[in-house]
Design a protein around this ligand. Structure first.
Ligand code: HEM
Length: 518
């Protein structure tokens, strides 16, 4: 024990300098005399200031505001016919999980109830390494060409001069990129304002591949369905809460878990063989489309439960680093170009946000030992001891040796990439189904009002007219109702090619006869 008088922190620990020396007076700087200048020898004071000056790390460039918890994933159904991932080799297998939910566009202090998609990121710590599910609470996205992502996100960030958000930028983008319409239908529906982070579903959105040891694969989409249902707020409730309690979502989550009411999800997969993908009405690589449940039913896989609040938000949630490229053997990305782009973007931003050794931070570190030839760098915590920097022979995983034999399918994938370029009538079918079949009268009226409340703030008449023409391509009545609500004349639908016309054109130009067959 230290000989001098000591100051105890709340938990009874002796207050120390960062090198572990006890400090008797943490609230006083050392001076030459009672009025004298400060002393350079006062390591405690200098270190305190220097560390304080470096307390902030960059917030996430998107999804900056969020909440999280810990829990587990448990396999409840045998899907070993789909994937050789070790986690699926036995019903009852469990993986410790960490979740982070988030809004997308706002800064880390922005309101939890903003109308925005929600991120739903889960880290599963399996015996074969970490498998991250970096999902959203919507099954589709605004775009299918990743080059558009930074531009689209900038439309929701602050204007460089006014430092204000600008509805003209937002709708200017959407009106010129009508493949966004499916997501716009969901965003301005009741689901655009979920009631808290833990009362909503999650979706992979992208198509992934589940792969067997013999190299055969199925395309899959993963669905996380909240056992308590998807609960929403009205636009008015969300707006009021944004002012009165911007941290509503964080608070609800923390209190719910503290009370022992653990939120849970049932995990399902939709599956499709490569042959089915070639005949599918929509493009399996198209992130703006869903797979109809009747054709591709949900198959149960497991349970996801979050039963543990964090001890330290910064260490366990802010420093968490999720990436769709963190997969395990038996799971692979599809050729969806947006997914392919994300595989790069996340680890890249983690290296910027957390440093090159972000995978070694306790929350990100796998439960299995790391063995590779990566070396050193700032903040290396996990040493690989005397393992050499180079070794001549590495044993490959067996299933990787056997490539899928479907050569024709590779040709199909080439044509499917081309298929993503153009907006056609096909792009309005699923948004139209939401409007005409899923929304009841009340939901329709709320949708019109929610859009009008936002689009009505746009100054440019050109942008308003263009967006109304996109709504008219979904349904003329929908567009007319929005036009009336914002005091704008009615507008004719945007003219687009039929899907077959577009495909015939690309089949000839791209010399992909398979396109015609679809
Ligand atoms: C966060 C990029 C599309 C879900 C992020 C971050 C970046 C990013 C740079 C910040 C990550 C961090 O700082 O840790 C992109 C790009 C996209 C894209 C380039 C498209 C080209 C998507 C899509 C989804 C999604 C389609 C869902 C299906 C998420 C989630 C987070 C996130 C859940 C928050 C992760 C967390 O809580 O740490 N994205 N994103 N993103 N993104 Fe994306």
């Amino acid at each position: 024990m230290p000989s001098q008088q000591v100051f105890n922190t709340k938990d009874g620990a002796v207050y120390t300098t960062s090198n572990g020396a006890p400090v008797a007076e943490p609230y006083a700087a050392e001076k030459v005399g009672p009025n004298g200048p400060l002393l350079l020898q006062d390591f405690h004071h200098i270190d305190l200031l220097a560390h304080f000056d470096r307390e902030r790390i960059p917030e996430r460039v998107v999804h900056a505001k969020g909440a999280g918890a810990h829990g587990y994933f448990e396999v409840t159904h045998d899907i070993s016919d789909l994937s050789c991932a070790a986690i699926f080799n036995k019903v009852g297998n469990k993986a410790r999980a960490t979740v982070r939910w988030s809004t997308v566009g706002g800064e880390s202090g922005s309101a939890d109830t903003a109308r925005d998609p929600r991120g739903f990121a889960v880290k599963l710590r399996t015996e074969e390494g970490n498998w991250d599910w970096v999902f959203n609470n919507t099954p589709v996205f605004f775009l299918r060409d990743p080059a558009k992502f930074p531009h689209f996100i900038h439309t929701q960030k602050r204007d460089p001069q006014t430092h204000l958000k600008d509805p003209d930028m937002f709708w200017d983008y959407l009106s010129q990129n009508p493949e966004s319409m499916h997501q716009v239908m969901i965003l301005f529906s009741d689901r655009g304002t979920p009631n808290g982070y833990h009362r909503q579903h999650g979706y992979s959105g992208h198509t992934f591949k589940f792969v067997k040891e013999n190299g055969e694969f199925h395309y899959v989409q993963i669905h996380l369905r909240a056992d308590g249902g998807f609960k929403t707020l009205t636009n008015e409730q969300a707006g009021q809460l944004a002012g009165s309690n911007p941290d509503y979502g964080i608070q609800e989550l923390f209190n719910t878990i503290e009370k022992g009411e653990f939120p849970s999800w049932t995990v399902y997969v939709q599956t499709m063989t490569p042959e089915q993908a070639e005949k599918f009405r929509y493009n399996v690589l198209d992130l703006t489309k869903v797979w109809p449940h009747k054709e591709f039913p949900l198959r149960p896989v497991g349970k996801l439960v979050f039963n543990e609040n964090v001890q330290n938000y910064f260490a366990e949630i802010e420093q968490s680093a999720f990436s769709p490229s963190h997969v395990v053997p038996g799971v692979e990305p599809s050729a969806d170009p947006v997914l392919q782009s994300r595989l790069f973007s996340y680890p890249d931003t983690h290296r910027h946000r957390l440093g090159v050794n972000y995978q070694q931070l306790p929350v990100n570190s796998p439960i299995v030992p790391i063995a590779n030839f990566q070396r050193d760098g700032p903040a290396t915590f996990i040493s690989q001891g005397a393992r050499p920097n180079y070794q001549s022979t590495i044993q490959p995983l067996t299933y990787k040796k056997k490539a899928y034999a479907g050569v024709q399918h590779e040709v199909f994938l080439g044509s499917a990439q081309l298929d993503l370029i153009e907006v056609t009538e096909l792009d309005f079918e699923q948004p139209r189904a939401l409007w005409s079949k899923v929304f009841d009268d009340g939901a329709k009226e709320r949708y019109v009002q929610n859009v009008a409340g936002h689009l009505g703030n746009v100054k440019s008449a050109e942008v308003k007219a263009r967006q109304l023409s996109v709504f008219a391509a979904v349904d003329q009545g929908l567009s007319d109702r929005i036009a009336k609500a914002i005091g704008h004349p009615t507008v004719q639908p945007l003219k687009v090619k039929s899907a077959n016309e577009a495909r015939r054109f690309r089949a000839d130009v791209g010399k992909f006869p398979e396109l015609k067959a679809r």
